[in-house]
Design a protein around this ligand. Structure first.
Ligand SMILES: Cc1ncc(COP(=O)(O)O)c(C=O)c1O
Length: 359
């Protein structure tokens, strides 16, 4: 019988800590749609300060944060956004920027490290002379860390260069910073500096930071004023939202400092997986809290079988293709959980009998 679950599917699976639950229970709240929730106000002011932007807005999810941001920057019909072909906005957000916002996407190939070649971005910017035919480029989106590229970090130098390019062409820059704090910690660059070139950033609170619900978008005061209207349009205006912001505030205070430990555990896991015959990890690409590993052919086990065997042992992982699996570290995975997961994966891959009493 499984006595303990080690959930490595995502960093979205964290449970609110006791401190968060206490903060939620005692939060001073009011109607945030009427603009009078003091806890939401305090959280947004703090978030704007940390991110080095004029204002911030709490939103229910990262998807809504990105959607609102793109729509604010592309409010004129016929707008086009340049974004990575492997980006979360392009792949996993139901095409909302086009179905809801009427915004046209122009994808540029994401490199393995999550960047797009600057020359390719520049080449994708529409020539205003052709406006009779072309949509109008208004926005460039980056993603940091880049989830589908293994949680890799986009450097501040690269971000500044894209910001410069955007400015030179009269475009805006949005960063899907769902895990921007992971990037900031891994790069050793303060988060406000990392996003300095961006006109807006969307940050998830319910991923590595461990809050139960919510994201925040940051930008100029006029950007946030427009974002607030759109949030209401999309049904994201919430009343006593201070309950959620109280947990998010605790996440900021208590959990940013834990991300470094998550990254170390990811390295240990990656190195351990790489030593198992039949598996391969590009350990150099493990920069934050994500590890992608491949099952080599011909092998003893398939992705489907390994996922099932591990589940029976209480270890949950995320298959991402017919040959690879993703695991994600977060603050509720301990060092001994990592060792336990490694030993179970090894037993399963090598076809060894499962040892009892590991946990
Ligand atoms: C890079 C990235 N951006 C945006 C999102 C969307 O966040 P949410 O699930 O809160 O809508 C995710 C979610 O996994 C993500 O990984």
């Amino acid at each position: 019988m499984v006595t303990k679950v080690v959930d490595l599917r995502s960093d979205t699976v964290t449970k609110p800590t006791e401190t968060m639950r206490a903060a939620m229970a005692s939060a001073d709240v009011d109607d945030d749609v009427l603009g009078s929730d003091p806890t939401a106000y305090r959280f947004e002011v703090e978030m704007a300060r940390i991110m080095g932007k004029e204002a911030a807005l709490f939103v229910p999810s990262g998807t809504m944060g990105n959607l609102i941001s793109v729509l604010v920057h592309c409010e004129v019909r016929g707008s086009e956004v340049i974004l990575g072909d492997n980006s979360h906005i392009h792949i996993y957000e139901n095409g909302g920027i086009s179905t809801i916002g009427g915004v046209h996407s122009r994808t540029v190939k994401n490199n393995m490290d999550g960047t797009m070649d600057i020359a390719l971005i520049e080449a994708a910017i529409r020539d205003p002379e052709g406006e009779l035919y072309y949509p109008t480029t208004r926005l460039i989106c980056l993603e940091n860390t880049h989830a589908n590229c293994g949680g890799r970090c986009i450097s501040v130098e690269y971000t500044d260069r894209v910001g410069e390019l955007a400015k030179n062409h009269g475009l805006k820059l949005h960063i899907d910073g769902a895990r921007i704090f992971n990037a900031s910690i891994a790069l050793g660059v303060p988060v406000h500096r990392l996003v300095q070139a961006a006109d807006s950033v969307s940050v998830c609170l319910s991923k590595g930071l461990g809050a139960p619900i919510g994201s925040v978008i940051v930008g100029s005061k006029s950007f946030i004023a427009k974002a607030k209207r759109l949030r209401k349009t999309l049904g994201g205006g919430m009343r006593q939202v201070g309950i959620l912001c109280a947990a998010a505030y605790v996440a900021l205070q208590e959990n940013v400092g834990k991300l470094e430990g998550d990254h170390k555990k990811a390295k240990i896991l990656a190195d351990g997986l790489n030593q198992i015959k039949g598996l391969r990890v590009d350990t150099a690409s493990v920069e934050t809290n994500m590890v992608f590993f491949d099952i080599l052919e011909p092998g003893n086990i398939t992705v489907e079988k390994l996922t099932k065997v591990l589940e029976e042992r209480g270890i949950l992982v995320m298959p991402v293709s017919s040959s690879s699996i993703r695991v994600v570290l977060h603050h509720q995975i301990s060092g001994s959980d990592v060792l336990y997961a490694l030993s179970c994966i090894k037993q399963a891959v090598l076809g060894l009998p499962v040892e009892n009493g590991d946990k």
